[in-house]
Design a protein around this ligand. Structure first.
Ligand code: AMP
Length: 218
C-alpha cells in the first residue's frame, strides 16, 4: 500500500493513518510528527521550523524535504507507506514524484478527506495531546478517563500551540492556498479518491475499507 492522505488540518488524517498503518503493516510518515520531534529535541531543523509551526505557516520546502529525505530514500518506502501531511505544496509533490520515479514506484492512491471548516475547527480546538507519549484525545469525542491525564502513560495533556483558534484559522487559510491545489495534481494522475472527512472516525474508516477493496488495495 502506497498512499497519500490529503485534506485540511482536522480532517482525521493522522488518526486514520495510525489505524491503517497498524492494520496493513506499512509506515506512517507524518511530517508534522517528525517536525514536532525535531522541535522537542532542539535540533537545528527544529529550531528553524518552530517559528513557522507556531504561527500556523508551512515550514519551507527545503527544510521539510531535508527532514523527509531519509524516509523517502533507500528501501524504506518499498514496503509501503501512508504519507500524512506530506506533500503539502506543489514543489513537495514534484520532489516526491521524482524520488519515487527514481525508485521505480508510484503512488497508488491519494485519499482526499473532504471536510467542512466547522468540523475541522471543532476537532482542532478540542484536541489535547499527551506531553509525554504524544497520544491524541479530544475533549468531547475521545475524552481521557481523567481530565487532562493521558490514559496510556499518565502524562499531562496539553493543547498544541497551533491548535489555538487564531492559529487554526491561519492553518486553514494556508491549506486552501497551498495544499488544496494538490487535489488536482493527483486527479490528473488518475489516483484520487474522496472520503467524507466529516464522518465520525469509525464511519469514515468503513468508507476507507470499501474504497481499498474496490481498488484491490486491501
Ligand atoms: P500537522 O501536524 O500535519 O498539522 O503539521 C503541523 C505543522 O507542521 C504545520 O502547520 C506546518 O507548520 C508543519 N508541517 C507539517 N508538514 C509539513 C509539510 N509537508 N510542509 C510544510 N510544513 C509542514
Amino acid at each position: 500500500m502506497r498512499i497519500v492522505l490529503l485534506g485540511p488540518p482536522g480532517a482525521g488524517k493522522g488518526t486514520q493513518a495510525e489505524t491503517l498503518s497498524k492494520k496493513y503493516k506499512v509506515s506512517h510518515v507524518s511530517t508534522g510528527d517528525m517536525l514536532r520531534e525535531a522541535v522537542a529535541s532542539n535540533s537545528p531543523i527544529g529550531i528553524e521550523a518552530k517559528g513557522y509551526m507556531d504561527k500556523g505557516e508551512l515550514v519551507p520546502d527545503d527544510v521539510v524535504t531535508k527532514i523527509v529525505a531519509s524516509r523517502l530514500s533507500g528501501d524504506g518506502l518499498r514496503e509501503g507507506f501512508i504519507l500524512d501531511g506530506f506533500p503539502r505544496t506543489e514543489n513537495q509533490a514534484k520532489s516526491l514524484d521524482e524520488e519515487l520515479n527514481k525508485q521505480g514506484i508510484r503512488i497508488e492512491m491519494a485519499l482526499y478527506f473532504r471536510t467542512s471548516e466547522e468540523v475541522s475547527i471543532f476537532r482542532l480546538t478540542g484536541r489535547r495531546v499527551c506531553r509525554v507519549c504524544g497520544a491524541n484525545f479530544h475533549i468531547k469525542n475521545i475524552p481521557p478517563k481523567s481530565e487532562n491525564v493521558c490514559d496510556y502513560c499518565g502524562g499531562k495533556l496539553i493543547q498544541r500551540e497551533d491548535d489555538k483558534k487564531g492559529t487554526i484559522l491561519k492553518r486553514l487559510e494556508v491549506y486552501k492556498r497551498q495544499t488544496r491545489p494538490l487535489i488536482d495534481h493527483y486527479k490528473a494522475k488518475g489516483v484520487l479518491k474522496e472520503v467524507n472527512g466529516d464522518l465520525e472516525i469509525k464511519e469514515a474508516l468503513k468508507g476507507l475499507f470499501v474504497i481499498f477493496n474496490e481498488a484491490h488495495l486491501a
